[in-house]
Design a protein around this ligand. Structure first.
Ligand SMILES: NC(=O)c1ccc[n+]([C@@H]2O[C@H](COP(=O)([O-])OP(=O)(O)OC[C@H]3O[C@@H](n4cnc5c(N)ncnc54)[C@H](O)[C@@H]3O)[C@@H](O)[C@H]2O)c1
Ligand SMILES: *[C@@H]1O[C@H](CO)[C@@H](O)[C@H](O)[C@H]1NC(C)=O
Ligand SMILES: *[C@@H]1O[C@H](CO)[C@@H](O)[C@H](O)[C@H]1NC(C)=O
Length: 455
C-alpha cells in the first residue's frame, strides 16, 4: 500500500517567490525627468521660492511613485479590441516590468530552424503542461499563461509549473480575460501560434459554479480571439473543444459531421458555443482556427477531478468508489485517450495549421477552419477501468454501483478519428491497460514523496 503524503505547499515556495513582481512603475521611474541627485543637490544660496518649488516637485514625485501602476495601455491598441471584461472580476496578478519581459522573451524564443513560437494558455493544466514540454523539447518557443485557479488542488498545478520551469518554459500568471495583459504579451512576442487550452473543465461542477464556465470558456475565448485578430501578424489558433459536444447523440462512432445541438451539460454547451464563436472569427477576421474534440484524456500529471484519478486515490485509501450504470444495467463507457497520443495530435494540428489571412483587424481572404476528433476509437466500460486499476494497484476496490445521474454525464463516447488520421496523421498507440500502468507509476511516485517525476 502506498502511504499518502500530500505535498506540502512550502516545497513550492521558492517557485512562488520566483514569480516576478517587478511592477510597471519602475519603468516610469526610468523615464522620469527627475532624479534624486538633482532633487537634493541644492545649496543655501537658493531663494525661498526655489525651495518651495522644489518641495512641491518633491511632493509630486512622491505621490507619482506611490500611485498604483497605470494599466499598461498602448497607443496603438484598437479600442474595439477590448472585450471589456470588468476588471473587478479578475484576481490581481502582478506582471510587467523589464525582468518579467525578459523572462517572457526568453521562454518564447525559437531555438530550432523552422520552429514556431506558441502562446499556450492553460499551461499549468494537465494537457497544457504536456503540450508545452513537447513543443519546448523540439525547439519551439513556448510561453505559458495560466491563472492557477483552485478548481482542483493548485499544488499540482505548481508542481507542473516547476517541471516546465526546469524545461525552460515560463508560465505567466494571469487570466485570459485580462485584455491588457494579452495585448502586452503580443507586443513583447510575435507569436505565430496560439494553443488555447485554458478552460473551466468538468461536467458536474457546472451546477455548482455555472458562471466560471461562462467566464473561462466563452468570455475568455472571445478575449483570446480579440487579441489574435488585432495582432500583426495574426497567429494561427488551435484550441480544445470536447467530445461532450456530441451530447445525447446515439449514433456511434461520433463523427465530425454529426449533429452537435443537444449538449447534456453547461460545459458541453460552452464548448459548442466556442465552436460557433470560432466560426465567426474565422469568417469575419480571417483567423485560422482548429478545434480539437478531445475524448476523456488521461495519464501522468492528470486531473484529480476525473474518475481514473480519484478511483486510484480512493481504492488506495480503502474508500468505496461510485460506479455509474445506465438504465437497465446499461454499460457506461468512455473512449479513454492517452495523453501522449493527444499531444501528438495537438502538435500535428499546429504544424498543419495554415496562416491566418487577416491583418490590422481586417480579413484579407478566406482562412482555414477545422474541427477534429482526437480519441482512441475503443470505448472501455468504466467497470473494466476499475478491473485494470485493481490489478495495477493490487488492491480490491469497494464498488458502489449507482444510477448515472442526469446532470451532465453521457452514457458513452466513441470517436471516429478517420478525419484526423487523414489530415493530421493522427494514430493513437496506447491502450488503456498500458496507459493506466504509466499513470499509476507516476501517481505512486508523486504522492509517495518522490515529487521528482518527469513528463
Ligand atoms: N482532459 C480531458 O479529458 C478533456 C476532454 C475534453 C476537453 N478537454 C479540454 O482540454 C483543455 C485542457 O484540459 P485539461 O484536462 O488540461 O484541464 P486543466 O483544468 O488541467 O487545465 C486547464 C488550465 O486552464 C487554467 N485556466 C482555467 N481558466 C482560466 C482563465 N480564465 N485564465 C487563465 N487560465 C485559466 C486552469 O488553471 C488550468 O490549469 C480544456 O479546454 C478542456 O476543456 C479536456
Ligand atoms: C484588486 O485591486 C483593486 C485595487 O487595489 C481592488 O479594488 C480589488 O478589490 C482587487 N481585486 C481583488 C479580486 O482582490
Ligand atoms: C468515419 O467518418 C468518415 C468521414 O470522416 C466516414 O467516411 C466513415 O464512414 C466513418 N466511419 C464509421 C465507422 O462510421
Amino acid at each position: 500500500m502506498v502511504q499518502m503524503k500530500p505535498m506540502s505547499s512550502s516545497s513550492y515556495s521558492h517557485l512562488v517567490d520566483d514569480i516576478p513582481s517587478t511592477p510597471g512603475k519602475f519603468k516610469m521611474m526610468d523615464k522620469s525627468p527627475y532624479s534624486h541627485h538633482r532633487l537634493f543637490k541644492w545649496h543655501s544660496s537658493l531663494t525661498k521660492l526655489t525651495f518651495w518649488s522644489f518641495l512641491f516637485l518633491g511632493l509630486i514625485f512622491f505621490f507619482f511613485l506611490r500611485s498604483p501602476p497605470p494599466p499598461p495601455h498602448h497607443s496603438g491598441a484598437d479600442p474595439s479590441s477590448s472585450s471589456s471584461y470588468p476588471r473587478r472580476h479578475l484576481r490581481n496578478y502582478s506582471w510587467g516590468g523589464p525582468t518579467w519581459e525578459k523572462r517572457v522573451r526568453s521562454s518564447a524564443r525559437v531555438r530550432s530552424r523552422n520552429g514556431i513560437s506558441v502562446l499556450v494558455t492553460g499551461a499549468a493544466g494537465f494537457v497544457g503542461t504536456h503540450v508545452s514540454a513537447a513543443l519546448k523539447r523540439r525547439g519551439d518557443g513556448v510561453l505559458g499563461l495560466d491563472n492557477f485557479n483552485d478548481y482542483y488542488d493548485p499544488s499540482l498545478k505548481r508542481a507542473r509549473q516547476a517541471l516546465l520551469e526546469r524545461a525552460g518554459v515560463f508560465i505567466v500568471e494571469g487570466d485570459i480575460n485580462d485584455d491588457a495583459l494579452l495585448r502586452k504579451l503580443f507586443e513583447v512576442v510575435a507569436f505565430t501560434h496560439v494553443m488555447h487550452l485554458a478552460a473551466q473543465a468538468g461536467v458536474r461542477y457546472a451546477m455548482e459554479n455555472p458562471s466560471s464556465y461562462v467566464h473561462s470558456n466563452i468570455a475568455g475565448l472571445v478575449s483570446i480571439l480579440e487579441v489574435c485578430k488585432s495582432a500583426n501578424p495574426q497567429p494561427a489558433i488551435v484550441w480544445a473543444s470536447s467530445s461532450s459536444v456530441y451530447g445525447l447523440n446515439t449514433k456511434v462512432p461520433f463523427s465530425e459531421k454529426d449533429r452537435t445541438d443537444q449538449p447534456a451539460s453547461l460545459y458541453a454547451a460552452t464548448k459548442k458555443a466556442g465552436e460557433e464563436i470560432a466560426h465567426t472569427y474565422n469568417h469575419i477576421y480571417g483567423l485560422s482556427l482548429t478545434g480539437l474534440r478531445f475524448f476523456t484524456v488521461y495519464g501522468p500529471w492528470g486531473r484529480p477531478d476525473m474518475a481514473y484519478f480519484f478511483f486510484t486515490r480512493d481504492i488506495l485509501r480503502g474508500k468505496p468508489i461510485s460506479i455509474f450504470e445506465a438504465a437497465n444495467h446499461g454499460t457506461v463507457a468512455r473512449d479513454f485517450t492517452y495523453i501522449d497520443d493527444i499531444v501528438r495530435g495537438c502538435l500535428s494540428a499546429l504544424d498543419t495549421a495554415e496562416k491566418s489571412t487577416g491583418s490590422g483587424g481586417k480579413k484579407k481572404g478566406p482562412a482555414q477552419l477545422r474541427v477534429f476528433n482526437l480519441g482512441n476509437t475503443s470505448p472501455v466500460p468504466v467497470t473494466e477501468l476499475v478491473n485494470i486499476l485493481e490489478r495495477l494497484l493490487k488492491v480490491k476496490a469497494k464498488r458502489h454501483i449507482m444510477k448515472l445521474p442526469r446532470n451532465g454525464d453521457v452514457q458513452f463516447t466513441h470517436a471516429n478519428i478517420s478525419l484526423a488520421q487523414r489530415e493530421l496523421g493522427y494514430k493513437p498507440t496506447t491502450d488503456l491497460q498500458m496507459g493506466l500502468k504509466k499513470f499509476v507509476r507516476w501517481y505512486q511516485r508523486f504522492y509517495a514523496g518522490g515529487k521528482k517525476s518527469s513528463v
